[in-house]
Design a protein around this ligand. Structure first.
Ligand SMILES: NC(=O)c1ccc[n+]([C@@H]2O[C@H](COP(=O)([O-])OP(=O)(O)OC[C@H]3O[C@@H](n4cnc5c(N)ncnc54)[C@H](OP(=O)(O)O)[C@@H]3O)[C@@H](O)[C@H]2O)c1
Length: 264
């Protein structure tokens, strides 16, 4: 990582822990440059500490911070950030992974510091995440890329408002796929399979899809490899098409709407 200074992670919950795991797994960040603030102890923070990271140090340890990653819940960020702000250098970049917290609110709190917002998936833990991101300028874009590109494929957005839609198609979407697996499991059970068997089969199907989804092969080609004309998959896809488009549209719109409400 060529960013100057330490990286301060505020919040080590589900996403924060995944980010640390990713940095450690990929070797993207030397552990001695990592500072983690976490109210309760977390296994991955302990693991990082054993390698040299600093956990909950005094505020004067923040004078060398080059980037701050905000990974607390949107409702908690003010309380978490306010005491830190005077100790964070003016040239540090503020990288928020929080859904729905607008740059205007971050700007109010962090003043003239560089800002970027990212919406990563928890697959950052293995370096296989994806993250839509928006940056307020070239320097913040470079900071966001330096900190996150080793653990996620970064998708730059031209307009911050697009972050709301990005929440619906990436940050929240892993849960949508899992809900589809549940629904397939229930449908399998309704068609005579044992519930546990149906769910195990549907989970396996998701893993199979995930194993080919990461590359650049067009989705139509990937689908075409499974769905031969006149076959079972084509029959299922035809039955699914209309409802699926509608359901995806509703889910993304609802997530985007909620993201806007949270940011309001
Ligand atoms: N999870 C995802 O897949 C995902 C994806 C994209 C974006 N996000 C965003 O990431 C953020 C975190 O989500 P999450 O799922 O990781 O939530 P989470 O598991 O609840 O993690 C939030 C963490 O913040 C910690 N925290 C609370 N107050 C703090 C403070 N004052 N200083 C330092 N840490 C503090 C909590 O500590 P304790 O555990 O000790 O209470 C908790 O571990 C949210 O804003 C969310 O919108 C999440």
């Amino acid at each position: 990582m060529s960013l100057t200074g330490d990286v301060l992670l505020v919040g080590c919950g589900r996403l924060g822990s995944a980010i640390v795991q990713g940095w450690l797994a990929t070797g993207a960040l030397e552990p001695h440059r990592l500072i983690i603030l976490t109210p309760s102890s977390k296994a991955v923070a302990d693991q990082a500490a054993a390698l040299g990271a600093r956990i909950n140090p005094p505020l004067d340890a923040l004078t060398g911070v080059g980037a701050v990653v905000l990974a607390v819940k949107p409702a908690a960020w003010r309380a978490a950030a306010d005491p830190l702000i005077p100790a964070i250098p003016q040239d540090a970049a503020v990288l928020s992974v929080m859904a729905g917290v607008a740059s205007t609110a971050l700007r109010e709190a962090f003043g003239r510091r560089r800002l970027a917002r990212l919406m990563p998936t928890t697959a950052v833990a293995t370096g296989a995440g994806v993250a839509a991101f928006w940056a307020d300028g070239e320097a913040s874009r470079i900071a966001a890329e330096t900190v996150f590109s080793p653990i996620a494929k970064l998708i730059p957005l031209a307009d911050e408002d697009l972050m709301h839609a990005a929440v619906g198609v990436s940050g929240s979407a892993p849960a949508f796929f899992l809900a589809l697996v549940q629904a397939l499991g229930r449908a399998g059970a309704a068609n005579g399979l044992r519930t546990a068997d149906a769910e195990a089969l549907a989970r396996g199907a998701l893993l199979s899809a995930a194993s080919v989804a990461g590359g650049d092969t067009p989705l139509d080609d990937l689908i075409g490899r499974i769905a031969s004309p006149g076959g079972t998959t084509r029959a299922g896809l035809d039955a699914l098409a209309e409802a699926l488009e509608q359901a995806a549209g509703l889910a993304v719109a609802a997530a985007a709407r909620r993201s806007r409400e949270l940011g309001a």
